[in-house]
Design a protein around this ligand. Sequence first.
Ligand SMILES: Cc1cc2nc3c(=O)[nH]c(=O)nc-3n(C[C@H](O)[C@H](O)[C@H](O)COP(=O)(O)OP(=O)(O)OC[C@H]3O[C@@H](n4cnc5c(N)ncnc54)[C@H](O)[C@@H]3O)c2cc1C
Ligand code: SF4
Length: 589
Amino acid sequence: MPFSSEYEAVIIGSGFGGAAMCARLSKRWPGQVLLLERGKAYPLGSFPRSPNDLASNFWSPRDDTSERPRHVARQKSDKGALLGMFDVRSFARMDTVTCAGLGGGSLIYANVFLRPSARNFEQHWPQGLNLATLAPYYDIAQSVLGARTIPPHQNEQDRRFILRTQQFQQFAASQQLPSKLSDIAVYFGHGYSYAGAAQPSEIGLQEKNRYGAVQTSCTYCGECDIGCNVHAKNTTDLNYLHAARAYHGAQVQTQARVNQIVPLNAAGEDDASADGQHGYRVYFDDFAAGSARTVTAKRVVVSAGTLGSNELLLRCRDIYRSLPRLSARLGQRFSGNGDFLAFALDGQREINSTYGPVITQYTDHHLFENHDPERAFLLEDASVPTHAGWAVAALQPVLHPWDRFKMLLSVAWEALASLYPGRKSQRLGSLIQQLLRHDVTQYSAVLLCMGIDKSDGRLQLNQAGFLDIDWPQKTSQPLYDAILALGERFKDFIGARLFMPMPNWLWPMRHNVTVHPLGGCTLADSPEQGVVSGRPEDRGQVFGYQGLYVADGAIVPGALGANPAATITALSEWIAHGITGQQPDDTLR
Ligand SMILES: Cc1cc2nc3c(=O)[nH]c(=O)nc-3n(C[C@H](O)[C@H](O)[C@H](O)COP(=O)(O)OP(=O)(O)OC[C@H]3O[C@@H](n4cnc5c(N)ncnc54)[C@H](O)[C@@H]3O)c2cc1C
Ligand code: SF4
């Protein structure tokens, strides 16, 4: 791609923060905005599905020595580098799962668009920034992302009926807890997702969405967390980024990993003592071309996600020393958003966990109603891809050894009986049916919880100069205990044989896993309190620098309890409004 000598703005990262920013800045400065994204683009049908391709679709570039699971390290040494989607990292007491690709986390997220409780903004947020201030930006983000609840069904035979949703609703009622259908950013047809129609388009119908990108009306396949191959998820490459490119000439470069940001002096030279008034030079690796490159810009917006933005800025401050004025608070107030994954396995009630979009409802455990910050969390249902259902079905011999033994006897008997001349086997169909019935995912549930953890973690660099997380964990134990207690009650409700918190929670591992990392570059009223300004006049700007902004999960000052993408997008809209001075709307024109 030919680069211009100087851009009005360079944006780093294409998740919720970066994509919304790209649409707004490119409208303000058409053709003069460049977005750099380290991952690849995923056009219709390109998300891998075979076990081998999925296993290779991790992120671990050649020179990156971050702590990653052993099998990722092995794959990397076989292939030299892994430049796929799943960025899985292991730290002491906390693992993280994020995404590399055009669209960032939206490619593999569970589609939930949820505003947090107003109570959330009472502590640690800058003065005057709250749910009411952000309401217009949430409205626009929700409209652009096309988030609505799952469409209604006529009866239980209707393909739009999702049994799992019903079971979670019944569980919530049994616990006197409210359950609400989640707004999800899934395409159910232009009319339903964007124009407010009561009825969706036919399942599987392909149409252009309101921004001109081709999407498919959701097929209920349950594969949202490994990338939607029919583009029914309203990922940011199909709305914000599509419009930025189509309407406003934004340039987007994938496979471009930014390594360093350096301020320029009046002569246009790199100068670490400069404050950004003359712009910045951005250094990046172009993985496709196999070369290192640079661009300059008047403004830089860092939207590399909580892990990416903190790592980049920590390296610029402490290793390259190109941004020495960054606040001493950089890396503090990290939160895993109270994430906790668990399973209720092999129950008596049918759940059908391989059907429908991944999350459809949330059960409120003292987050919105009867707010109790010590044990405030949400319980969300989840589907798993059918492939996982087949893999779990392989557990049958372990879970039901007697049934399997009887089946083997049947096969042996059938083989013997077939030796009688003229006897026809009639039992093949029945054997296949026996083998497949009562498959584990049909009677098991995935429990996704998230809540108000203490947000007292710290992001820092390890000795090799890559990101490390210090997660105190014990301070958030009351939250995890409340989640475990509700999980046990869910197990009893469906009559499950086993309640299993995520496997690495077992003693002595005691690891949390988060898919919602937040904080580290927190919004604040002053550099003594945070890294990025939360004041209306210079919102989103990094303290100590002009024209350097952060707009992503890193600026959220603590756990939200709710799924964070809505808040990240709304904050990015709010910051972009400040930078451009232009009132945003959902047409993106
Ligand atoms: C399985 C899963 C399910 C989830 N479900 C939900 C949900 O239902 N609802 C919800 O609200 N949230 C959900 N989340 C979380 C949500 O995806 C994140 O909170 C959100 O994507 C964060 O947005 P962001 O803009 O901060 O960063 P990201 O979306 O992470 O985007 C950052 C981008 O920057 C790129 N990048 C990083 N470093 C560099 C660099 N140095 N140079 C160039 N590019 C770089 C990354 O590749 C990435 O594309 C889920 C996450 C996962 C993993
Ligand atoms: S259920 Fe299937 S078709 Fe629908 S959004 Fe998820 S992955 Fe796409």
